[in-house]
Write a protein that binds this ligand. Structure first.
Ligand code: AMP
Ligand code: GLY
Length: 422
């Protein structure tokens, strides 16, 4: 089979590498890809938002399946477009993609279907904000309704701050929407729960815990994710049953009733409070860097999972997992998630010898004149499989030391919940 994979992050490098384990794959084209995917597949530097160019490429390269990594093309309806051209594509349609693309849509769905989530108010103007503030204590979480590249959530400690942040959103800070959502603050432990979905059923696709803040001790601004591990021990089988019955099943049923059944990866961002799961957000794709710790643990051919989903045969397969644990630490450009420099050479990658349980997934990298360069905020994902998170993390640190990239930094406390000592 020939595959087109859209995206350029660590997630897409992980998907690409995992697919290549299958003997059913002929060629993988990554659009646009990174230096890691260039080593193992074929990068195509085309603009995937240009639909006619995308279609032409899919036809020319005789693509059998298109896999969409990031949310933005999904929210913009690339799946509807490709399906209308009779092309197999993995991911939700534009309507279903609102689960991530509009927080207002997601929260209304929760309310209508009694899915546990933080109390909220959808606000279009200052009066709406003031009426919510009258009834709520602090902190209050202010969220942009539409996609905001990870910058749309602010946890506010004062009413003044809530008014300021919400006003910025009303004035058009984010192009995707002028609405904002105010939410009650939930305390607890966060975890990510994944399922793969077709029109009729769904299967477990792993659990993980991410570290979203840039600084050690969960401090500083939010990022795309600084490191993750899988599985998430907080999700016991008892809690998993609650996640499935209270959150996943009612969501999928509601989408089916809307005549837009969800298909693809569904990622539930959860807060676990007193052994009860609350939905914080839905993502309609694999997480990044969660994907990089889930896929190395997979013991089933990934292409069978994708094809079973697009052909609505998921009920006919079983997904198997290795007993191993997996962790990744993200090596970032200094300054991320604020201002950082690009085009910095990463000299030592090539010198590093990795055993079969260690992988470096590339994210913001490019390959030029025989060298690797950084071109993004999150640059490399150092990933190790093993039996013990403490030993895994030590092994990751050793690799990071060898990379010794002076333009980069990483969090040294990834996995603090599962590694109690230092
Ligand atoms: P989101 O984009 O909705 O996942 O929000 C980003 C991050 O903000 C989450 O991973 C949480 O750490 C935090 N967050 C969002 N909503 C809440 C909430 N209602 N209570 C506490 N923390 C929240
Ligand atoms: N790591 C968080 C996300 O992919 O949204």
């Amino acid at each position: 089979m020939n595959i087109a994979l859209i995206g350029s992050g660590g997630r897409e490098h992980a998907i690409c590498k995992t697919l290549l384990k299958s003997n059913k794959i002929d060629k993988i084209y990554v659009i646009p890809g990174n230096a890691g995917t260039a080593e193992i597949a074929i990068n195509l530097n085309i603009d995937y938002s240009n639909r006619s160019e995308l279609l032409k490429t899919i036809k020319n390269k005789k693509i059998d399946l298109v896999i969409i990594g990031p949310e933005e093309p999904l929210v913009n309806g690339v799946v509807d477009f490709l399906r209308s051209k009779k092309i197999y594509v993995f991911g939700p349609n534009k309507y279903a993609a609102q689960l991530e693309g509009s927080k207002a849509f997601m929260k209304q769905l929760c309310k209508k279907n009694k899915i546990p989530t933080a109390n909220f108010k959808i606000c279009n103007k200052k009066d709406d904000v003031e009426s919510f503030l009258k009834k709520s204590g602090m902190p209050v979480v202010v969220k942009a309704d539409g996609l905001a590249a990870g910058k749309g959530v602010v946890i506010c400690k004062s009413k003044k701050e809530v008014l300021k942040i919400s006003n910025e959103i009303f004035l058009g800070k984010f192009k995707s929407s002028n609405k904002c959502i105010l939410e009650e603050f939930l305390s607890g432990e966060e975890a990510s729960y994944f399922v793969v979905v077709d029109r009729n059923s769904f299967l477990f696709m792993g659990s993980a815990q991410d570290h979203k803040r840039v600084g050690e001790g969960e401090t500083g601004p939010n990022t795309g994710g600084m490191g993750a591990y899988s599985p998430a021990p907080i999700i016991t089988s008892k809690i998993e049953k609650k996640i499935i019955n209270r959150i996943i099943k009612p969501t999928l049923l509601a989408m089916k009733k809307s005549k837009n059944p969800f298909t693809g990866f569904l990622y539930a961002g959860l807060m676990i409070k007193n052994s009860n799961p609350f939905l914080i957000e839905y993502n309609i794709r694999m997480g990044d860097p969660e994907c990089q710790v889930i896929l190395p643990r997979l013991d089933t051919d990934l292409i069978d999972i994708f094809m079973s989903s697009v052909k609505n045969n998921l009920d006919k397969i079983k997904i198997k997992w290795k007993k191993n644990k997996c962790m990744t630490i993200v090596l970032c450009s200094k300054g991320y998630p604020l201002k950082y420099k690009k085009n910095k050479i990463i000299k030592n990658i090539r010198k590093i010898k990795l055993d079969k349980n260690s992988i470096i997934f590339h994210a913001g990298t490019k390959f030029l004149k025989k060298n690797f360069f950084s071109i993004g905020g999150r640059v490399l994902n150092i990933t190790v499989l093993g039996n013990n998170f403490d030993k895994i993390r030590k092994k990751i640190f050793k690799i990071l030391k060898k990379i010794n990239w002076k333009h980069g930094f990483y969090r040294k406390d990834i996995g603090w919940r599962v590694i109690k000592h230092r």
